[in-house]
Every structure is written in structure tokens, then in C-alpha cells.
Design a binder for this molecule. Structure first.
Ligand code: NAD
Length: 335
């Protein structure tokens, strides 16, 4: 009998102990009902020691990037959560699937649609589930925006606008195209296109995009610094989005026939604020990440599909690829 396997809960191993895993996912795993922090995979031995002490992770559940595949023999680990820089998502998801584990992969799912296909195929072949770290599907403010839009509480939607930007630091892997796959669109703009899709329940039929001139050619080498992009949804709805690594912007606004409703800030982990024609939105604070991980664990336990499956991650990488093509060519790209 394994003394570390917690009764009824699925064991999660976090791969990559950077800011997101350390600041958000590990604390959220202290609040989850259906899963718990069972293991870690890190290339930094000093981090392994800190996490072991802080979270009581047994030595046998600590791996590095080289011996990671041996996780297949570890019954404590049910789910591998890949929280590495974008270019490592595909190889680690595929390794995790081959090790017979369910997988959660951070956004953006991969650098190409072909990689997404390989990741989905590897999980299917292993008979394991794949989900994407789309935490806002589990946030009450976004659920309410979606309800207001879908139930036409303020009439038909006429227009959507969204912006997500922050100032990126020089030297980060996010600014290195080989590791990130692109600029703020991959990292932040993806939230805007996600919101356009889940609030409407639609997918774009065509996209256009315009990048702004680069202010610092050394910092933004080969990636966009600021990008405006437009998603043409069926029924004529247009989503106008902006993303940047040199600004601070954080909102989602939906204009409907009888008024507008919005979140500002929209995409943070907490502290979201919402406004509708009938007044402010107010929800109890919760951990988006705890809800997200619990939802995946229950989906696995109950053999139900994930709300944020690999196929959704693939769809978004496909949209991103089209947006980049529109940016490069100046053309309207049909999906
Ligand atoms: P980070 O730079 O803080 O952490 C990255 C980790 O990967 C570090 O522990 C680093 O040591 C490790 N690593 C291994 N090989 C590396 C390499 N070749 N180059 C750089 N780092 C390497 O990044 P982060 O902010 O934690 O982001 C990790 C992933 O999580 C990204 O895919 C990002 O898009 C995603 N993310 C998602 C959210 C969300 O809200 N869902 C928020 C932040 C980050």
C-alpha cells in the first residue's frame, strides 16, 4: 500500500517549476478536492529540495528531465502537468503520454498545428486524456459573461473587443522565438481569442492582423511587439483584439443590442471586475487553477470529456497560425 497516495485523489506531477507552477499551481493544489501535488519534475536540484520540504513530496516522486520517462512505473502519478516554455510542450506531453499518464499542457498548446496533432495522437494511442491550462473556463466572471452573451440577456451581440498586454522583461524565454514560438499573441493574445470563442460559442471564419513598428529591435528580435488582430465570427460578429509586450492592457468588452458588459481587469488570476447595464458583477474569490485541475481530475475519474481538451488547444494554434499569416501578408485569411 502506497502511503503517499491520498485516498480518492489523483496525483499530479508538475513539470517545470517556474513562476506559474510555483506561484499559482502548487498553492492551488493545496485547495483541490480531486487531485493533489504528488510529484515534481525539475532540472534544478535546489528547487527539488525546497519543494520537497515545503510540500512533503517523497524523494521517489521527484524527477529531472532526463529520468522523467521512469515516471511510467510510478503509480502515485496519474496526471503530468507540463508548465515548461512553449517549445517543450510537445516533447513533454508526448513523453508523458508514452509513460501512460493523463496530461495537462499549458497554453499555447504548441508551436505548430502539426505538433498539436502529434500530442493528441500520442494521448489517444496511450488511452489517456489531454487538457489545456485554460483556467478562465473555470472563472465565474467569464462564465457570467458567457451566459449574458449566449442567453442574449442584453440582446444579440454586435461587437467584441479585448486587450491583454504586459511589459515583458528583456532576456526572458518569452522574447526568444525559438522557445516561445512568437510574441505576445502566443502568450496573451490567446486569451482574447479564447474569450471571443467561448462567449459566442463560435469560431472565426476569417482573420486579419496588423503589427505595430518595433520600438527595440534587439529586445523584439523576430517576434511581434504589438499586434492588433480581428476575428470575423459567423453571423457578422467581429472581435477586435490587441496584444503587446510593451503596454499594460487587460479587458474584455461585449457590445450587445441593449447595452455593453465588460470585465476590467479581465484576464488576471483574481481581482476581476465586471460591469453590466444592470450594475457590477460580484463573485466570491476562488482559485481558477484549483477549479481547472479538479475539473480535469473528475473528468478522468468519471470518464467524461475535459471542458478544455487538446482539440481546443489545437484550434487556437490554428487560429494563431492564421493570424500570423495575416500579419505577414496583410491579407484576410479565411479559416
Ligand atoms: P518561467 O520562465 O517562470 O518557468 C519556466 C520553467 O521552465 C523554469 O522552471 C525553467 O527552469 C524551466 N525550463 C526548462 N527548460 C527551459 C529552457 N530551455 N528555457 C527556459 N526555461 C526552461 O515561465 P512560466 O511563466 O512559468 O511559464 C511556463 C508555461 O506556463 C508557459 O507555457 C506559459 O505560457 C504558461 N503560463 C500559463 C499561465 C496561465 O495563466 N495559464 C500563466 C503563466 C504561464
Amino acid at each position: 500500500m502506497n502511503q503517499n497516495k491520498k485516498e480518492g485523489k489523483l496525483g499530479i506531477a508538475l513539470v517545470g517549476l517556474g513562476n506559474y507552477a510555483t506561484g499559482q499551481l502548487a498553492p492551488a493544489l493545496q485547495q483541490t478536492e480531486h487531485c493533489y501535488l504528488a510529484g515534481i519534475v525539475t532540472g534544478t536540484p535546489s528547487k527539488a529540495q525546497t519543494w520537497k520540504d515545503q510540500y512533503g513530496i517523497p524523494e521517489k516522486n521527484i524527477y529531472n528531465y532526463d529520468n522523467f520517462d521512469a515516471i511510467k512505473d510510478n503509480p502515485d502519478i496519474d496526471i503530468v502537468y507540463v508548465v515548461l516554455p512553449n517549445f517543450l510542450h510537445a516533447p513533454f506531453v508526448i513523453r508523458a503520454a508514452k509513460a501512460g499518464k493523463h496530461v495537462t499542457c499549458e497554453k499555447p498548446m504548441a508551436l505548430s498545428v502539426a505538433d498539436c496533432d502529434s500530442m493528441i495522437a500520442a494521448c489517444k494511442q496511450a488511452g489517456k486524456m489531454l487538457s489545456i491550462g485554460y483556467r478562465l473556463h473555470f472563472d465565474p466572471y467569464h462564465a457570467e459573461m458567457t451566459r449574458l452573451a449566449k442567453e442574449k440577456i442584453y440582446g444579440n451581440i454586435k461587437h467584441i473587443s479585448a486587450g491583454f498586454s504586459f511589459v515583458a522583461k528583456k532576456g526572458e524565454w518569452r522574447l526568444d522565438k525559438t522557445r516561445s514560438g512568437g510574441g505576445p499573441l502566443m502568450d496573451l493574445g490567446i486569451y482574447c481569442l479564447q474569450a471571443a470563442c467561448y462567449t459566442t460559442g463560435l469560431q472565426p471564419i476569417a482573420v486579419t492582423a496588423q503589427s505595430s513598428p518595433i520600438s527595440d529591435k534587439e529586445k523584439f528580435n523576430g517576434i511581434e511587439e504589438t499586434l492588433d488582430f480581428q476575428l470575423e465570427m459567423p453571423n457578422g460578429i467581429k472581435a477586435e483584439c490587441r496584444t503587446s509586450y510593451s503596454e499594460n492592457m487587460n479587458f474584455l468588452k461585449i457590445d450587445a443590442e441593449k447595452g455593453s458588459f465588460e470585465l476590467r481587469p479581465a484576464f488576471n488570476y483574481n481581482g476581476l471586475k465586471g460591469q453590466t447595464p444592470d450594475g457590477p458583477l460580484q463573485f466570491q474569490p476562488l482559485s481558477q487553477q484549483a477549479k481547472q485541475m479538479d475539473d480535469f481530475a473528475s473528468a478522468i475519474k468519471n470518464s467524461q470529456p475535459s471542458k478544455v481538451p487538446g482539440e481546443m488547444g489545437r484550434r487556437d494554434v490554428k487560429i494563431i497560425t492564421a493570424i500570423y499569416e495575416a500579419m505577414r501578408t496583410g491579407k484576410r485569411i479565411e479559416m
